[in-house]
Design a protein. Structure first.
Lengths: 502, 165, 502, 165
């Protein structure tokens, strides 16, 4: 049984994993790039080792260096977090070879779910509904795809077989435009994943993205921890998640949950994983893909079930049985997570970098913040712009929204721009409050100008604030000039020298 | 001191009466105004109402982030206003615009060519940074001047990417 | 029904109340002293008014000024928090007179429970066990007390009738020393409360302080939210609380809970209140007193019951029924609160003042921090030294202790000294872990030197750290001297000027 | 540079070899040492082990707060050590001790009189501050010198309260 875990990640998720280890009395080893010497995961871990320069491919993606650190530190387990090496079958296989416990599923499960075409084929065999599209195909030519497309029907999506994060994805409205789009999708997939294979999927309109958290131990026990509603996205990047989904009732939850469990069983799954579904307007649901790792948005499930998912991952990896049966999982209240990104919502969500000079976290009842940053920390352009996750719990969805609004209002981050104003505007949106949204909502039916009422009522206050600050600054600079004048007259020579060297 | 402060095309006349009072239009208001822990975060108590805001100087105007809204604020004192009135109030148009990289990154695509006419809001270039693709748009109508980068090139922050006439 | 609440308090509890109001869409009015212009409650409230100089009796205790602010702002309700005016019958009565809702019990309930002798008499009538002592007495002479003392038996306690916080309290071991102690107790009570009356109570040895949270609406519904174990004290000041108490079983919990409810009913209680009990080694329990207000340690009850006590206070004060029946109150897991005080545990718990220059809050799963301070805020000597409450939840007591240990390790406050090391040492204490403690534990059987093992193992690291810092500083100052030397040779005159003005 | 560093009467010989190495006794260790955000909080990675500590200069010694323990650390370089050895190593005893108010407050009680003999640890005075009564104790045996305050008096921080011979 392992007693020292190497956390092969950075940022908030590395901190999250270190916390779980510490609470179980397990020692932790952090790895860091040159840009992350002062990162929180380095400060909190028991041990920390430099693994290379700032760019990920020279540090956090360098499996060889990570294994070196494991050897040097005596770490006998690795938690990959999410991203980086988390879904790399070869990495998990190499761990087994080196007799290091990989805290996650078996390499074969990662492989089976990592290739989208194979994953579809696998779950179809298990009788699980998938979005209609090309089946059982490894390498279809453009001609094959153009032949099949009309049978699937338009609009449809071209998706990269090795895909993720919207890369190599194209929406096709008609057969005419398809050849061009196929070419560009393949090009993008090739450059992003080194694999230009694509497949076709029917485009579900008005779809919701709803996913189920599952946990499986090595004794064949598999349970689900309910769903997460993740339809609030922008360019296929999730921005806000909530649990439960206001779109599901108990019956549908049970049905989808048991299918999620079945999907995991189909690949002999162990540890934590997530089954993503698309749900159409008529509540038909389709298997989309499985994420074979800890998910960014796992905390909302923790809030409504009381299960510490990361602690449970560690227990499972230590060869223990699940601490819960399906019957013991109870859902209590409602949780929402806002991803706080260093990007400017008033300027096309442009990423923002810089040093955080001041930060005030929202705290108090029902509020949790998972973050890897702190005042004095520098946000660099090398990594993901997500700098914190703000999670709230409320007895009802309404209470959770009001609490989130309160927490967003309290949250201050100075030094980089953040998307907090986006979330504030979203919390005030009637459609969001009413639960009326799909995965296109943010891009197509939402605008930062929606909050026009509160805008005009506060314009006068904004004018006063800016004027007071401008006035204060011009007073200050006037004083500075006056002081220098005096210096020059008394200490002519010195004053000049001082200015010269300022 | 009197200021003419403009937000969203609306003008406010704000007079700083003394340390604790301002006059806006014909209303005299009590102010209690403090910077919070040496940051550009300001706490304002205005006739008892408590506000907190992030105020800083942008490229041209002041920027105010207040209750989830961002305001571009133009502030002129009386002297500046008079000068501008004397100049005829004409706002300068045209001139060359240089698109600079807002952050270090990788140029994924350049969507315009030299000499090409572009519309305001048209995407000119895609820059990848922090794992995100960012569209850089034309701030106004114009014709493309020199294009200094090409797809696949890494650029530094503030590096000039292309120019717009 | 009120829609604007004046919060007649400061610090973390004012922030706590403002948060609850905001989450219910109720407007908030803060009051502040000259020392608190930049306090968090001022920053978070919708409105804020200065009410006087820093000393409490010139600001937060000035009922007249608070009523002026209520009038000016149109606040139609007042939440008193704890301390200051919270248990002042006359203040509550004046609110009623001015048609302002007092968010708390009726003045008559405050009066009945505020006078300790009357409170004892009241609950005795209701058949509730009290610590043996003098009964039914308003003004006993020293002779009366000296006569009764042997009947109660030694050791016993002299306590102030109007008392609280250990003021005017004396422990008496024998009749001989009693006259002197009576005199000093009366003197202290007179100066602290303006009332020199005292009474006697048997000293329960090895006692635990266990209290029950009760909630009552104006329709006569009274429920309890379980107990809080508050035996970790120093000089009658609570330092750590937990819920549930490891000393109680379900049967005893039910019995004490129903007696707590009965005590509240005996004074026709409305809103939130706390019944304090002493429990002796043999699990006999005695009514100690009732706190007719929100309690500092209420969050641990919120963590294990899921009830938002402050929100419930507001609902009750708005004339609504309790949101829960006794049957709906379920206890889930274990919560611990550490009071983080600005005091130096290595120097006799001496209070510490100064500006907080840096602060890093523990966050993540199961952690809540209630605080009124932030980096840049100045801790002044005018108010209570409690600057934050660190609260954790775990599925079991063991998990909660491990989580608290993790959270304490993460918590950084620079600029003032805090008692965080005290709590860290406590978390490592075997007696604390085993639940073996009473109210004398911290003073009599605990020492900061208990952690002697970890001390010596880290001494070498401490030596290295100090040496590196000292070395760095001497290098820096050497550089400064060298730079000055060069300056002097090149710019003789300037260098001298520069040094003169440093 | 070599230092002799003492904690709890235990001596450590620590040599700063270069920016990334120290020698303690005969072990050569790799160090990576950083101040965190300009505060007296230091992050030390020592042969891979990560420590964080609050280090500051006390009245005489250095103080280190590490993992819930506070250490008084005495640091001497070789020159200082030699000087002290030459002086015979005698530690100065006695001298007058002036008890100063550690914070503003109210004197609740003065428990000693001028001329009285006191023992180390004996409570000399009670000072109320932040609603707490604080006992100020004698740092060593001695006899009371001048008592400058009386019960009921308000005192400023660092005001001298009494002296001990």
């Amino acid at each position: 049984m392992f007693n020292k875990v190497l956390v092969a990640n950075r940022g908030e998720i590395a901190v999250r994993i270190i916390r779980a280890c510490r609470e179980l009395g397990i020692e932790t080893v952090a790895v860091f790039s040159e840009a992350d010497r002062n990162a929180l995961h380095v400060r909190y871990a028991d041990e920390a080792y430099l693994i290379g320069p700032a760019p990920s491919r020279e540090s956090y993606l360098r499996a060889d260096k990570i294994f070196d650190v494991a050897k040097k530190s005596g770490a006998n387990a690795i938690h990959p977090g999410y991203g980086f090496l988390a879904e790399r079958e070869d990495f998990a296989a190499k761990c087994a070879e080196l007799d290091i416990t990989f805290i996650g599923p078996k390499p074969s499960s990662i492989a089976a779910m990592g290739d989208k075409a194979e994953a579809r084929a696998t779950v179809i065999k298990a009788g699980i509904p998938v979005v209609p599209g090309t089946e059982d195909v490894g390498n279809m030519t453009n001609d094959d795809l153009l032949n099949i497309a009309p049978k699937i029907g338009f609009p449809l999506l071209i998706k990269a077989t090795a895909g993720g994060g919207g890369k190599g994805m194209r929406e096709v409205k008609s057969l005419e435009e398809m050849p061009t789009l196929l070419a560009s999708a393949r090009r993008e997939a090739e450059s992003a994943f080194g694999d230009g294979n694509v497949y076709l999927e029917k485009l579900i309109e008005g779809a919701r993205h709803i996913e189920f958290q599952i946990m499986a131990d090595s004794f064949g026990n598999v349970i689900h921890l309910g769903e997460r509603e993740c339809s609030i996205q922008r360019r296929h990047q999730k921005l806000l998640e909530e649990s439960p989904s206001s779109f599901l009732d108990d019956e549908m939850r049970e049905k989808m949950g048991s299918i999620a469990v079945k999907s995991a069983q189909a690949v002999d799954y162990v540890n934590a994983g997530t089954i993503e579904f698309l749900v159409d307007k008529d509540r038909n649901f389709y298997f989309l893909e499985m994420n074979t790792r800890l998910q960014v948005e796992h905390p909302i499930t923790e809030m409504v079930t009381g299960v510490d998912i990361v602690a449970e991952q560690l227990r499972i990896a230590r060869g223990r049985q699940l601490s819960y049966t399906q019957e013991q999982i109870k859902f209590n209240g409602h949780a929402i997570e806002c991803r706080i990104n260093a990007e400017d919502p008033f300027n096309g969500f442009m990423p923002s970098t810089g040093r955080i000079t001041h930060s005030l976290l929202p705290t108090g009842p029902g509020v949790r913040v998972d973050t890897g940053v702190y005042p004095g920390f520098e946000i660099t352009p090398f990594y993901d712009p997500m700098i914190a996750k703000l999670i709230v719990w409320g007895e009802t969805r309404g209470q959770a929204i009001l609490r989130m609004r309160r927490a967003l209002e309290e949250y201050r981050i100075v030094g980089v721009r953040t998307n907090i104003p986006f979330h504030q505007t979203l919390m005030d949106s009637h459609r969001f409050m009413g639960g009326q949204f799909d995965t296109r909502f943010v891009e197509e039916r939402f605008s930062m100008d929606d909050a026009i009422e509160s805008r005009s009522s506060n314009a006068e206050i904004a004018a006063i604030l800016a004027t007071l600050v401008a006035h204060q600054q011009s007073e200050l600079s006037a004083q500075r000039v006056r002081r220098n004048e005096r210096d020059t007259s008394n200490w002519k020579w010195v004053g000049r020298w001082e200015r010269m060297h300022r | 001191m009197k200021y003419i402060t403009t937000i969203d095309d609306k003008e406010f006349e704000i007079e700083i009466v003394d340390e604790h009072h301002i006059r806006i239009g014909d209303r005299l208001l009590q102010v209690n105004f403090e910077a919070v822990s040496g940051q550009p975060v300001f706490s304002l108590i205005l006739d008892g109402k408590s506000y907190e805001s992030y105020v800083y100087q942008g490229e041209e105007d002041w920027e105010v982030l207040l209750r989830g809204q961002q305001y571009q604020v133009k502030i002129e004192d009386e002297r500046e206003k008079r000068l501008r009135a004397a100049a005829g109030g004409g706002v300068m148009e045209g001139g060359e615009f240089h698109l600079k990289a807002p952050m270090p990154g990788l140029v994924v695509a350049v969507l315009v060519e030299e000499g090409q006419a572009v519309k305001k809001g048209q995407v000119m270039l895609i820059l990848e940074s922090m794992k995100m693709q960012n569209e850089l748009k034309a701030p106004r109508d114009g014709s493309m001047g020199r294009v200094r980068v090409k797809a696949g090139e890494s650029v530094e922050q503030k590096q000039t990417l292309l120019s717009l006439h």
